[in-house]
Design a protein around this ligand. Structure first.
Ligand code: AMP
Ligand code: ZN
Length: 113
């Protein structure tokens, strides 16, 4: 999508710190990390958010979560991490290209704010 920040990152038009990629998934360091590990995992194909998803997006959404689990394993943070997808402006979603936040490497309180 032409005017999407994360599409521009995937296309290399905006720089990012790449963590992982495969044919469907792109993962990079959040520019404003909220924990020692804060990685964003996004599908390479543009999709605005979870509420716009349909059954045809099941695989790419699943792959984003599996990539998060793999990154967490590699970083040794399996004693506690969180995968978060903000959905809609009231949740704090600010970029309307579906993404999973992988947050970990510190104690995480519950419930989130
Ligand atoms: P959300 O608020 O859930 O939509 O998450 C968007 C995330 O994108 C925030 O955590 C931002 O810090 C992050 N972000 C915004 N711009 C960039 C960028 N250029 N590179 C990496 N992360 C970014
Ligand atoms: Zn996009």
């Amino acid at each position: 999508m032409v005017d999407c920040l994360f599409c521009k990152i995937i296309d290399g038009k905006i720089p990012s710190k790449l963590v992982y990629q495969d044919e469907q998934v792109y993962a990079f360091e959040d520019i404003d990390p909220k924990a020692p590990t804060h990685v964003l995992i996004v599908p390479k194909k543009h999709l605005a958010g979870l509420k716009e998803a349909g059954a045809e997006h099941a695989e790419m959404i699943g792959r984003c979560h599996l990539a998060a689990a793999q990154i967490a394993r590699e970083r040794g943070i399996e004693d506690g991490y969180r995968t978060v997808t903000n959905v809609g402006p009231r949740s704090g979603q600010s970029v309307f290209h579906l993404h999973v936040h992988l947050v970990g490497g510190r104690d995480l309180s519950w419930p989130p704010g």
